[in-house]
Design a protein around this ligand. Structure first.
Ligand SMILES: Nc1ncnc2c1ncn2[C@@H]1O[C@H](COP(=O)(O)OP(=O)(O)O)[C@@H](O)[C@H]1O
Ligand SMILES: [Mg+2]
Length: 449
């Protein structure tokens, strides 16, 4: 960044332009120019000279200073609490409850007698007060600060000297030196870098809220993920009350933990036993046509319920409808079921749906879809505590899948008792859950029914 001219660079081909353009004149791609700001070299040198090499054995351990967030589910995801001087990104869809969660954390840390600065670029102090009243957050150490200029925030952090800073949200913050609008890639990157410096220099923990944008990648939390210490995502269905907090990156702990919360009128309540919670409205039901499948979303495991309905066609051509899975993939699976298991699906209507509006693109859900279809066709329920993983081949063989361990651990964490998996090498033994290996569709079918 430092040896570049100030201006706009195409992210695809690196083409330079002094003024922003919609279309790159180098490669023709649209909307790929990102502003680069040149930091004056003199500033750089003074900062670099202040720091000196230290002997590693003389660096004091900081782990013991971890602060509890007041919620065990949250602490667990963080690896045991908030580490001083860390920058933590909390990403999620708008309205999912990020501000609520962080205000509750701010309240808990404030109640423990530590100073907290809650910077909001989205809400007025009155709005925050209303929410705080609803959540029962009420203490003398919590400062609210409506501000979008990051330099002003830096000044206030120096003045107030808090233990924790919450920045809600990164998309509303701006640095005056960068000319593009707040929320643009260059502002988001610039502000994150400055917050990182602030966290390290003052040893203050900083939570940053990042909204997931419609496009997902551009100017969303993704562009900050590599810069921050910890990346958490807050997820859930808008129409349902449960929320999952998931660690995606953690420089101070593992990312295998998830925290489960329930949104209520008085804020987010921890769900201490997630399996029983999911049992209520999702799985563990013995109903024909449904099966739970652990899928991967990028590097993250996600358990979804696949439902299917197979019934005789009343009009000429059978109907095949899918939601959340590929139509052609289902047609292929039905052909394999017909050929290898002899299920006469040819003159049946078939509907396949992934509950909760999730979309599954990976073949590891094949066996789950096949089992759901077979279950509905036979009108025989699959045990609700079973999850099914595997890719289906045309000859009816079950192929290995990626990240099998992660899928199984997620199922174990959510309380499932048995996992049907492809026969593959390097399968780790997980004591909480029984794994049954299958090599063919027929084997899986015999196991399940
Ligand atoms: N009075 C209320 N009672 C119950 N739930 C509420 C109330 N007000 C807001 N909520 C919940 O809080 C959510 C908004 O959370 P918020 O923390 O502002 O989300 P984010 O910061 O992620 O955009 C709403 O979607 C709603 O579910
Ligand atoms: Mg908010």
């Amino acid at each position: 960044m430092s040896n570049k001219k100030p201006g706009y660079y195409c992210q695809e081909c690196g083409h330079f332009t002094a003024r922003w353009m919609g279309r790159c004149s180098g490669c023709g791609a649209w909307n790929t120019y990102v502003e680069e700001v040149v930091v004056s070299p003199r500033n750089h040198r003074t900062v670099e000279r202040q720091v000196e090499p230290r002997l590693l054995i003389e660096v004091p351990p900081e782990d013991s200073d971890r602060r509890s967030t007041g919620m065990t589910e949250f602490d667990r995801v963080l690896g045991g609490g908030v580490v001083p001087g860390s920058l933590i990104l909390l990403g999620g869809d708008p309205g999912i409850g990020k501000s609520t969660l962080l205000l509750q954390v701010a309240g808990a840390i404030g109640s423990a007698g530590h100073r907290v600065l809650y910077v909001s670029g989205e809400e007025s102090p009155h709005q925050i007060k209303l929410r705080a009243d609803r959540l029962g957050v009420n203490n003398a150490e919590l400062f609210v600060y409506p501000q979008t200029n990051l330099e002003a925030v830096e000044e206030q952090v120096a003045k107030v000297n808090p233990l924790l800073v919450v920045v809600d949200s990164i998309q509303t913050m701006y640095i005056p030196d960068i000319t593009s609008a707040s929320g643009s890639v260059s502002q988001v990157r610039g502000c994150t870098a400055r917050l990182m410096q602030l966290a390290k220099k003052q040893s203050v923990s900083v939570f940053v809220v990042g909204h997931v944008t419609k496009e997902g990648m551009i100017a969303g939390p993704r562009v900050m993920e590599h810069m921050v210490d910890v990346v958490l995502y807050f997820e859930g269905e808008r129409h349902q009350t449960f929320r999952i907090l998931r660690g995606v990156k953690n420089r101070f702990g593992s990312t295998n933990e998830i925290g489960v919360f329930e949104m209520s009128g008085i804020g987010l309540q921890e769900v201490a036993n997630p399996s029983s919670f999911f049992l209520m409205d999702h799985a563990f039901r013995n109903v024909a046509g449904t099966v739970v499948v652990p899928t991967m979303e990028g590097t993250r495991p996600l358990l979804v319920e696949i439902q299917s309905l197979v019934c005789p066609t009343s009009f000429g051509t059978p109907r095949r409808m899918t939601a959340g899975v590929d139509h052609n993939r289902v047609a292929l699976i039905m052909a394999v079921l017909e050929k290898r298991l002899g299920l006469m699906l040819g003159n049946c209507d078939a509907y396949v749906n992934v509950v909760g509006g999730v979309r599954i693109d990976e073949p590891a859900a094949d066996l789950g879809i096949a089992m759901a279809l077979a279950s509905s066709f036979r009108e025989r329920a699959i045990d609700g505590r079973v999850v099914v993983i595997g890719e289906l081949g045309l000859t009816g063989e079950i192929r290995p899948v990626t990240a099998l361990d992660k899928r199984i651990s997620e199922a174990a964490q959510l309380g499932f008792g048995c996992c049907i998996v492809p026969r593959q090498k390097g399968l780790r033994d997980i004591s909480e859950l029984e794994t049954k290996e299958v090599a063919t569709l027929t084997e899986a079918f015999d196991l399940v029914f």
